[in-house]
Write a protein that binds this ligand. Structure first.
Ligand code: CA
Length: 281
């Protein structure tokens, strides 16, 4: 059921009671080392000269392994099957969904939407999309998944180091934005008033459908925004989380965050059909 239209890519919603997790996290099936890229301890350059939120600087990180792909519906389903976890969207009925015809940055709050029906029941489920990234899950839900799977999210810096793969331009492929279509599922339409499937996908695409970055990581730009841990400043509210890399919804004219430096902000209990995650261990 459609409730109301809202102009809010980054919504503010309310906090519900904490979900109690099983005491013993178990490894998520299918997550083997071949699905990860190892990044070595070292000092790396991140940020962009003159960028207000993400200025050019050096950061030091320890070794970490980051998933080659975004976490899929199939992987999230195993978590739910093992724990009977209820996502924020299922409990709060606050998920934000999209359909063509909406103005820029306008989304619809849909009480029927959650990860199995990421754009609402009327727009179909994920039965044939089990290899697509899971969406309509909140940062809060993702932390629960990570605890169960014995993994974690990348920090803002780790995500960018992995995304850049040693590059220092706006994109891991240089500064020519026109090449984005080789690497990312994004929105190519001038606006969101009419559908755009010109790259094969209007909503999410199966993970690894486009070319990877030089380190073998897929969908670092586009497909879904990827949540990261960390704050942009110490005073930032604990109800705000950050996500990077842009999504299928993002276009050149609206939220062109499919790059190596931009950082979005989202309430930790908000659920959108263009938000997902990849894991680190
Ligand atoms: Ca697309």
């Amino acid at each position: 059921m459609r409730l109301k239209n809202k102009t809010c890519l980054f919504s503010v919603v309310f906090l519900f009671g904490a979900y109690r997790l099983p005491a013993q996290p178990v490894p998520a099936p299918g997550e083997t080392d071949s699905n990860f890229v190892r990044v070595h301890k070292g000092i790396y350059s991140v940020g962009k000269k003159g960028h207000f939120l993400n200025p050019l600087r050096k950061v030091e990180v320890n070794d970490f392994s980051i998933a080659k792909t975004e976490t899929t519906n199939a992987q999230f389903e195993k978590f739910v099957a093992a724990t009977s976890y209820k996502t924020d969207a299922e409990r709060m009925h606050n998920a934000m969904v999209f359909e063509p015809g909406l103005k820029e940055f306008e989304w619809i709050e849909d009480s029927t939407a959650y990860w199995r029906y990421p754009n609402g029941i009327s727009r179909g489920g994920i039965e044939n999309k089990m290899n697509h990234p899971v969406t309509c899950i909140s940062y809060n839900d993702i932390l629960a998944y990570c605890q169960w799977a014995g993994v974690r999210l990348p920090s803002l810096e780790e995500w960018e180091i992995a995304c850049r793969a040693g590059s220092d331009g706006d994109y891991f492929f240089g500064n020519d934005r026109e090449k984005i279509s080789e690497y990312a599922n994004i929105w190519h339409g001038r606006n969101h008033l009419t559908a755009d499937s010109s790259d094969g996908y209007m909503y999410t695409s199966p993970v690894a459908s486009f070319a990877p970055n030089p380190w073998g990581l897929y969908d670092m730009y586009g497909n879904v925004f990827e949540f990261c841990t960390g704050k942009l400043k110490k005073s930032e509210s604990n109800t705000i989380a950050h996500a990077r890399g842009g999504s299928w919804w993002c276009s050149k004219n609206a939220c062109n965050f499919f790059n190596s430096y931009d950082i979005g902000r989202v309430n930790i209990h908000a659920s959108f059909s263009n938000q997902g995650f990849r894991i680190v261990k």
